[in-house]
Design a protein around this ligand. Sequence first.
Ligand code: G3I
Length: 306
Amino acid sequence: MSAAPLLGCAVDATALEQDAEYRALIASRFSVVTAENAMKFEPLRPDRETFAFAAADRLMAFAESAGLRVRGHTLVWHNQLADWVSAAPAAERRAIMADHIQAVVSRYRGRVWHWDVVNEPLDDDGEPRTSPWFEAMGIDYIAEAFRLAHEADPGATLYLNDYNVEDVCAKSDAYYELVRELIADGVPIHGFGVQGHRIVGDPPSSLRRNLSRFAALGLEVALTEVDIRIPQPPTPESLAAQADDYRGLLDAAAAVPECAAVVLWGLSDRYSWIPATFAGFGSAHVLDDDLREKPAYAAVFGSVTR
Ligand code: G3I
C-alpha cells in the first residue's frame, strides 16, 4: 500500500449532470468518486424485476472518462432499501440479496475499485442492527454478501463500512472482533471503511491507532465519508476550527500506510445532505454554496499528495 491515500469525493448525480463547474472540480481535484446515492438499493430497484442502472451508468462513464476510480456504495444496508424488500417473505430475502449483488457487481465487473459490500450492520453499542437482512438470515448475511460480491467480481476490493468507528470504542471493538471472525472463516473481506462524519471541535482522539489495528489484521482501511458539520451560522473561528479538524483527519490517515483513500462526503455546501438531517448544522464541506474555497479546502489539499 502506498504511503499517501488517494483523495476522493462523493458525487451528487444530479449536480454532476446539471452543474458544469461542479463536474469540472470533481474531475480535476480528485482521484476517486463514490456515488452519494445512485448505486444504493432503493434507487436501483424500483421493483423486484427492475434494475434502474441509468444514473449509475452515467456516473461510471463520467468517472472512467475522467480517469477516476470508483468506490461502489452500497450493496447491503438497512437504509434506502426498497419497501418491497421488507414486504417480501423473510424466506425470499436471501435470494433477493443474492440477485441484487450478482446483478450489480457483475455489471461493473473490473470497473469498480472498492465495494462497500455491507454498510452499518452494527448499532452504536456494537450489537447487530435489526434489518430485513438480519431478520431473515441472522448475522451470517454479512459473510454471505461478501462471498457473493467476491464471486461476481474477484478483482474488487471489498469493504465493511460504518460511522462512529473513528476512535477505539465499543463499536469499533465489536467490528474488530467481527472482522477477525470473518477473516478466520475465510470470508473475502479486504477493507474496513471509517466514514468520518464529524462535528467541528470534536476530533477523534485515537483514529490512527484504530486504523492501524484493523490494518494489523491484514486489511486495508479508508476514510470513506468525511464531512465536518458546523453550527449555523458559521464564523471565521468555526471555519478555522473545521480546517484544523479536516487536517487532523487527513494527517492521521496519511500516517497509516494501509489507508487506501480519504473520501469527502460531498464537495460543496451547495449540495449537502447535512442541513436536512441535522437541524442547525451545515457548512460541512470544503467549498461553500458558491463553490468558493473555505479554509478547509487548503487543509485538505495541502495534506494529501495524490
Ligand atoms: O430521490 C428522491 C427524490 O425522488 C425525492 O423527490 C426526494 C424528496 O423526497 O428524495 C430523494 O431521495 C433522497 C436521496 O437522499 C437522494 O437525494 C432521500 O430523501 C434522502 O433521504 C437521501 O439522503 C441520503 C442519505 O444517505 C439517506 O440515508 C443522502 O443524500 C446521503 O448523503 C446519505 O449518505 C449516507 C451514506 O450513504 C451512508 N453513511 C451515512 C451517510 C449519511 O446519512
